[in-house]
Ligand binder design. Structure first.
Ligand code: FES
Length: 576
């Protein structure tokens, strides 16, 4: 980082507002049209506030107000804030899955920053895919930027008990199907499980990715853990606005921050949090945007040395609100300092080591000490074998330990609809030892690689008390889910990966300690099946879906578009 500060005429926006030509007249007269006199913005850094607020995104309901607080900070620091709404990716509502649109928001972010007179950006996201999308786009645009995390919502409440997003939905849904709770109970849970603005408050994808952004150096220190309704969240928004103005003058850009050290720090943080498996796909995509090689093997290598310290659901007991009160991410990172590269730079101009040094932990049961870790290591594991030649992932911390080494006969579903139609059929030939296989749920297959990976346990087995089984798919799984679910099988079945060749009754062997996933069918028979295999029809022939299918990469490659991966930022536009 250079200590030289830019001059106003070196600002990118100067080419729009500062020169004396016909075009600049147009830009200034149109700014005047919006009520701004020239002295209010001339020579000031233009800060784009990329806001994913929408009335269809419950996790971002406070973003209108937060954008005002960001603007306050920007004005106070001598900048000119310009709010730019961007596509929201609302996890509960967007179908078939927000993952289909992550790259669209990334493209939109990149192009918003490139095509308008932005000198810097505040990226407002939090609901699952919004975080990686905004950061991927900002890395490609490479203008000074800070990520402003939405913050987790407050704990859910049900008859004096806490409820966790997702985790308790799955848990009580299973109890309802098993006949252990009533429709009335279920309705009460519905009204109390999400009771404030903010993203899911378990260690789902949202909390995992906002924490990863902080560990990567892209948020102000401590930002990711603050609950959305807390007044300290509003204060953080204002400080974020203030700081990004200085980043513009310092010319501190995302690619100065996100290097191999930052990526390893983010992966280590995700592992110590017991974070969502979705982070694997997102961090690979994001690292590639920054030109940092990251593959599944690196996750497994870092997992083997990283303890899970966050006692947060679904792996643990507490929720993000408790995690914040216990010291938050900074407290957790301070306990991991020997596993992090403290020299990595962050958006406040200081190193990660400086930002977390001495950060206290107030409750050792929520953020565990190293000698009392929730899981000693390997909270995530990467599997390979003839069923997943390019890899698959599993979360050993969130499954029944007895299933870690398991061989059983496959029960195969060709699609989600096939599974939905037959899984609860009393005549289905399935036992607790069976291995449930879902095909057609990957990036091309579903399409969009939805979070179907926590395949349901058949009702008749639930009623027998079975709560976990080995389940395998090329889907992702919600970070709030749990179970012996093998995910992200690559290559996916829809493009002819070996998962497509599995038939009912085939023996499948899972060995998590050995990191193996094998289909116990001889090679000649598999070759016969491969020769007979026919590709299923393509899902889209027009629109964004067609672009997606033409360019999306497989899960082990991050599911980015091939033409958006590494490379210098595209040149700035000519201003005519
Ligand atoms: Fe938005 Fe879970 S629904 S983070």
């Amino acid at each position: 980082m250079t200590s030289r500060r830019k001059k106003p005429e070196e600002l990118r926006s100067h080419r729009w507002y500062g020169v004396d030509d016909l075009r600049s007249f147009g830009h200034r007269s149109r700014t005047a049209q919006m009520g701004l006199e020239r002295s209010e913005y001339a020579g000031k850094p233009v800060i784009a506030i990329v806001n994913t607020w929408s009335e269809i995104n419950p996790c971002h309901t406070h973003f209108r107000q937060r954008a005002e607080e960001v603007k306050r900070g920007i004005w106070q620091a001598g900048g000119y804030p310009v709010e730019m709404p961007a596509l929201t990716l609302s996890e509960p509502f967007q179908k078939p899955t927000t993952m289909l649109y992550r790259n669209l928001l990334a493209m939109e972010t990149e192009e918003l920053l490139r095509s308008y007179p932005a000198d810097g950006a505040v990226l407002m996201g939090g609901c699952d895919k919004t975080t990686p999308a905004l950061i991927m786009g900002a890395l490609s645009a490479n203008l000074p930027a800070i990520f402003l995390p939405a913050g987790p919502m407050l704990r859910g409440d049900y008859r004096g008990q806490f409820l966790g997003s997702g985790s308790d939905t799955w848990k009580y849904w299973a109890e309802l199907r098993a006949g252990n709770i009533t429709q009335e109970d279920w309705k009460e849970i519905e009204s109390g499980i999400a009771r404030s603005p903010g993203h899911c408050m378990t260690m789902g994808t949202a909390s995992t990715m906002t924490s990863a952004a902080e560990a990567m150096g892209l948020t102000l220190p401590g930002a990711a853990s603050i609950p959305a309704p807390d007044s300290r969240h509003a204060q953080m928004a204002s400080l974020t606005g203030k700081r990004v103005v200085d980043m513009v003058w310092e010319d501190l850009k995302p690619r100065d921050i996100v290097d191999a050290r930052a990526i390893d720090n983010a992966v280590t943080a995700v592992l110590a949090l017991g974070g969502s498996t979705n982070a694997i796909v997102h961090l690979i995509a994001l690292a590639r945007r920054a030109g940092v090689p990251l593959d599944l093997a690196r996750f497994d290598a870092l997992a083997r040395r990283t303890p899970v310290l966050a006692n947060v659901r679904p792996s643990g007991k507490y929720l993000m609100e408790d995690f914040f009160y216990a010291g938050g991410l900074r407290g957790l990172l301070a306990r991991l300092s020997d596993l992090l590269d403290g020299t990595a730079l962050t958006v406040n101009g200081r190193t990660l080591g400086e930002n977390v040094a001495g950060s206290p932990v107030y409750q050792d049961d929520v953020i565990r000490t190293r000698d009392n870790a929730l899981v000693a290591n390997s909270g995530l594991a990467v599997l390979t074998g003839n069923l997943a030649p390019h890899g698959a992932v599993i979360k050993p911390a969130a499954m029944e330990a007895r299933l870690q080494v398991h061989t059983g006969p496959a029960v195969v579903f060709r699609s989600y609809d096939d599974m939905a139609a037959r899984i609860d059929d009393p005549a289905l030939a399935i036992t607790a030892d069976s291995v449930i296989v879902l095909q057609g749920a990957g990036p091309h297959g579903a399409p969009g690689m939805p979070e179907w990976g926590q395949l349901p346990i058949p009702k008749k087995l639930l009623q027998e008390g079975v709560r976990d089984m080995v389940r395998i798919s090329d889907a992702r799984m919600s970070g709030t889910s749990y179970g012996a679910c093998v995910l992200h099988v690559a290559p996916e079945s829809h493009v002819g990966g070996p998962l497509a060749l599995v038939k009912d009754g085939d023996l499948v062997a899972l060995d998590v300690p050995a990191r193996k996933l094998e289909l116990l069918v001889d090679a000649a028979e598999l070759e016969r099946r491969r020769a007979a295999w026919r590709a299923p029809p393509r899902h889209f022939n027009r629109g964004f879906g067609a672009l997606y299918l033409d360019h999306v990469t497989q899960a082990d490659q991050g599911c980015d578009f091939d033409f958006l991966e590494d490379g210098a930022a595209t040149a700035d536009p000519e201003i005519h």
